[in-house]
Write a protein that binds this ligand. Structure first.
Ligand code: HEC
Length: 139
């Protein structure tokens, strides 16, 4: 009687351990944002697993200055020139209590302009079509 109880407990712990391992594995996985393409599309493996932001020596600075109030997705889903990024920062400073970035402003802008500029092939959509000759549908 005693022996089978011990066996049962031992087996239960083993099963629990397996579950815990499986759950911790799947949690690690979910840290990668679902909108960052993992298969298909351009292969982007040089991104930070926790935020999806491009890896770069200035990333820690950007994380500190730019991810406290909102999701990094707000950065990931935009493509701006350096001037446009600066005007977004000024807009947040005017309207959303973003602080003066001080000495960090330049490296933060360097980072944004480098990785999230318009027409960066690995990260961006294609350019809008120009001079398209549309045809009229005949009825
Ligand atoms: C003090 C809080 C705060 C910090 C820090 C902050 N933001 Fe924002 N940001 C906001 C708010 C509030 C909005 C508006 C969110 C919304 O519209 O839902 C916003 C919106 C944005 C948008 C969307 C702009 C648009 O046109 O819709 C971008 C891009 C952005 N932030 C980038 C950044 C970057 C880059 C940094 C780091 C320099 C940063 N944010 C730091 C508060 C902040």
């Amino acid at each position: 009687m005693m022996k089978t109880n011990f066996l049962n407990i031992a087996i239960s712990f083993a099963v629990l351990g397996l579950f815990a391992a499986a759950i911790s594995k799947s949690e690690k996985h979910s840290l990668i944002h679902p909108l960052i393409p993992r298969t298909g599309g351009p292969v982007i493996d040089s991104t930070d697993a926790a935020t999806g932001l491009a890896l770069d020596s200035n990333l820690p600075l950007v994380k500190a200055q730019c991810t406290g109030c909102h999701s990094p997705m707000l950065i990931l889903q935009h493509r701006f020139t350096r001037d446009e990024w600066l005007s977004k920062i000024r807009w947040m400073q005017r309207n959303h209590k973003l602080w003066d970035l001080g000495e960090s402003e330049k490296p933060v802008l360097d980072y944004l302009a480098k990785h999230y500029a318009p027409n960066q092939s690995a990260y961006s959509r294609r350019e809008p079509l120009r001079n398209v000759k549309w045809y009229k549908l005949e009825k």
